[in-house]
Design a binder for this molecule. Sequence first.
Ligand SMILES: [Zn+2]
Length: 125
Amino acid sequence: MKKKTIKFFAVDSKADIWRCTICNLQMYGSSKATHICAVYTLAELKKYAKQLGVRGDWHEPDEQSVTAVVKGKTFDNANLSGGNIGGEKFVIIKQNGKPVFKINLAMLFAYATGYDEEMLVRKVA
Ligand SMILES: [Zn+2]
């Protein structure tokens, strides 16, 4: 798997605030070294699944050396519009022991039960 190089651009260089060019997450400079890209849409999740080489039904992801770790404190809000994941539970997907992306756990359940943000956008529009 080709690893994406994470780059950041300065939102406010004096305040040391940066934004990831891949996932658009905003952070302080001290967080850049440990940054893991966040997934906020079903389309992004599908793109990462393809990158990992897992099956469409995610059967036996360990055969692609893919593992998952759940972190966070509260099974609270789904992250529907992006932003900081904060203390909410999230899943870090790793391949060959290295973090590939993270996704809010409630958001993951929303997708598993058929939520599609494109449908919501069409309903509201
Ligand atoms: Zn990122």
